[in-house]
Design a protein around this ligand. Structure first.
Ligand SMILES: Cc1ncc(COP(=O)(O)O)c(C=O)c1O
Length: 530
């Protein structure tokens, strides 16, 4: 009954909820290591199985309820310990190896397979969904996001063609609308969900490349770029590696981007940037503006870049993989002033939205470009259009999982205010870390805090500058091996530095306080041994 099928998802489309629900806070405990001791150790290979004769998944249907029970109870145990576990377990690098062996000729069925998998997962999984994973920029999974992800696997919708999943496609339209509301982007823009910010950068820059080609009278998606001069691409030293990678994937070339840097940090040299655009004399170009760079969470001067770019016929792409969320909090709202006048803007779901991997979003001012870049024809492809989109024609993948379920569910569950409260709490936690760094006589804050990253290094008294990089590199390794808190090193203005990033909805004051304690404790040990 298609009429029913096609009306369920629209019924979920109302205004982005405003109601705020403060996240439940976990009791503050000292972390204790949870591993095989808690989870009962390894099963013998095949020991939990039935006959060793399972050859067809259909025969396993009788076990389906057991399989669901097992997945649920294993998830419960993992999640119950998540808040108090070490981030890294001693088996992190060996647990998966225990699952090696020759391809089974006959299977043991799902209960055995899943029990083995769960045991190895408990032993080896990095607790990146927990509150003390500060490496890279990785969020957790809100209860709503996690539950929706389970449903996503159960419903197993392919949101490529409308006909394959009107429910998934309609929900993606709704999710994109809600995200535009959340980020205050113009209603008329198009959007699509992808695997993460790398692919979102690819989508935005692919649309920019199409626009640039059309400005020269060439349909680059049909005819390629060989007939054209190299595409001018401008950015600051804050550009993320994934945007450069996207330029490579697009055939524009990684080295094609010109970076205008005024210092070792990579901050934009705005005069040189504007002069380069002026020299193009109105010829089209691409500008990549960075809303949140990974070393210190700093921003390009977005409003000025957008203004200059628009005066010189540039396509302005904004990478806000995590920084776009600064728009939700009044105190950081100004950092992204002007993005509504850009041409493509991207962000990530598995970072600050705290939905499970993998999820990112690309928004594009001229939605028709998406179809121009990603369209494909085959006689069995039918339908499409704004009302009943084939998302396979609007993004890079043809078959696509229903990422919108987790996005919709988490926004429905916590609303704009829930996310504002979370971002504001993370901003306060970040300032708290920075203050502790400033107060400690063996730590050095290397950059002002703009958003959710603290850039600092260990600098004990009496250690010469020439030894600090080595000490901080060793300390970085020690922090990862210790596993109570988790973050890595970078190079900032030539110095080895730490850059913990706070985006997990579970993170509390005691978690960030432990971060500083661990650095000082392990740092002191390394300094004594040096
Ligand atoms: C600014 C920025 N852009 C892009 C990316 C790539 O994101 P993803 O790993 O989700 O593809 C990141 C990841 O940290 C990032 O910080």
């Amino acid at each position: 009954m298609p009429a029913i099928v096609e009306t369920i998802a629209p019924s979920l489309n109302y205004a982005l909820p405003m109601a705020s629900k403060t996240n439940a806070r976990r009791p503050v405990d000292l972390p204790v290591f949870s591993s095989m001791a808690v989870f009962g150790g390894w099963p013998e290979r095949g020991a939990l199985g039935h006959s060793g004769e399972m050859t067809h998944p259909r025969d396993d249907l009788a076990n389906l309820n057991d399989v669901m029970d097992l997945a649920r109870s294993e998830a419960e145990r993992y999640l119950a310990a998540l808040g108090n576990s070490h981030v890294r377990t001693p088996e992190a690098e060996t647990a998966a190896k225990s699952l090696r062996g020759p391809l089974p000729s006959k299977g043991d069925g799902a209960p055995t397979a899943l029990a083995e998998l769960a045991a190895a997962g408990h032993a080896g999984a990095i607790r990146s969904a927990g509150p003390r994973f500060f490496h890279f920029v990785v969020g957790g999974a809100t209860p709503a996001g996690l539950g929706a992800e389970w449903l996503t696997a159960t419903l197993d919708q392919n949101v490529g063609m409308w006909a394959a999943s009107p429910f998934g496609a309609e929900l993606e339209l709704i999710a994109v609308d809600w995200l535009k509301e959340l980020f205050e982007l113009p209603e008329a823009w198009g959007g699509v969900l992808v695997t993460g910010a790398t692919m979102a950068n690819f989508v935005g820059l692919a649309c920019g490349r199409r626009w640039w080609g059309l400005q020269h009278g060439v349909d680059v998606d049909d005819d390629g770029i060989a007939s054209l001069e190299p595409m001018p691409v401008f950015s600051s030293g804050y550009i993320h590696a994934s945007a450069t990678k996207a330029l490579g994937m697009l055939g524009v070339g990684r080295s094609q981007v010109r970076l205008f840097e005024r210092d070792e940090r990579g901050r934009l040299d705005i005069e040189a940037f504007e002069a380069a655009l002026e020299r193009l004399g109105g010829a089209p170009s691409i500008v990549i503006a960075n809303a949140g760079e990974v070393n210190a969470g700093d921003f390009d001067p977005i409003a000025q870049m957008v203004d200059i770019g628009n005066r010189h016929n540039a396509w302005i792409h904004v990478d806000g993989a995590f920084g776009l969320f600064s728009r939700i909090a009044p105190e950081t709202r100004a950092l992204t002033e002007g993005i509504e006048n850009a041409h493509s803007v991207i962000s990530d779901g598995h970072k600050w939205l705290n939905v499970p991997h993998d999820c990112g979003f690309a928004f594009v001012r001229d939605r028709s470009l998406l179809g121009g870049v990603f369209g494909a024809t085959a006689s069995y492809y039918v339908g499409g259009g704004d009302e009943q989109p084939n998302f396979a024609m609007l993004g890079p993948e043809s078959s696509r999982k229903a990422r919108a379920l987790a996005v919709w569910a988490t926004l429905r569950a916590y609303g704009r205010e829930g996310y504002r409260e979370m971002v504001e709490r993370h901003l306060a936690l970040t300032r708290r870390v920075a203050q502790q760094v400033e107060r400690a006589d063996d730590l050095e804050l290397l950059a002002d805090v703009t958003l959710n990253i603290v850039c600092f290094r260990f600098r004990p008294a009496g250690v010469p500058e020439s030894e600090l990089d080595d000490i901080n590199l060793r300390l970085g390794d020690a922090i990862l091996a210790d596993g109570r808190v988790y973050f890595g090193t970078t190079r900032f203005e030539g110095k080895v530095a730490f850059r913990p990033a706070i985006v997990n909805y579970r993170t509390s004051e005691s978690d960030v306080d432990l971060l500083i304690e661990v650095v000082r404790e392990l740092g002191a040990e390394i300094t004594v041994d040096r």
